[in-house]
Design a protein. Structure first.
Length: 167
């Protein structure tokens, strides 16, 4: 099915955006682009070393720049980093140029999926406390989507099929 606009997956870390995005790209026979991977390509370093060397604000600037570039191209399945919703300009751009599907999961399931994760700079230290705080700060932003899909207890395949029937 050719997409008439971008299919954008948002949602907190650990909600399965990357896995579900890959399945969607296969099922829809559509190219896939991931904003975190694009940032890493642009800066030629990993997200965690970018955070460590330059800080979160510099990462957010790259993230917004990459999003703008991606959304100005042909329709694709776009997977995003969990904090892409923090900037209003990003939320507006996503809503106007794509279908925005936000994946969610129960807090306990998220904590379980993210346990021991060392690749995500925002979760280093007391992960439980950080997840709770970030979820609280972002809740309203994640709701600003065309669809919100709960992934709790579902396989990525089931979630991908749910996304396809939604759009
Ligand atoms: C972040 C989520 C990460 C990555 C960065 C910041 C966030 O992406 O962009 O570590 O602020 O929630 P994932 O959601 O793919 O883990």
């Amino acid at each position: 099915m050719p997409l008439s606009k971008h299919l954008i997956l948002t949602g907190f870390m650990g909600t399965g955006k990357t896995t579900v995005g890959k399945l969607l790209a296969e099922k829809l026979n559509c190219p896939l682009v991931d904003t975190d991977a694009e940032v890493e390509k642009s800066v030629k370093q990993s997200i965690s070393s970018l955070f460590a060397e330059k800080g979160e604000a510099v990462f957010r600037d790259w993230e917004s720049r990459v999003l703008k570039e991606v959304l100005s191209g042909p329709p694709r399945v776009v997977t995003t980093g969990g904090g892409i919703v923090l900037r209003q300009e990003n939320r507006r751009m996503m809503r106007s140029l794509g279908w925005v599907v936000c994946l969610t999961a129960d807090r306990d399931e998220l904590l379980h999926r993210l346990k021991g994760d060392e690749s995500r700079p925002l979760l280093q230290g007391n992960a439980r406390q950080k997840v709770e705080q970030l979820l609280e700060e972002r809740r309203g932003y994640y709701r600003d989507s065309d669809w919100v899909i709960d992934t709790t207890g579902k396989t990525p395949e089931e979630v991908a099929d749910e996304v396809i029937s939604a759009i």
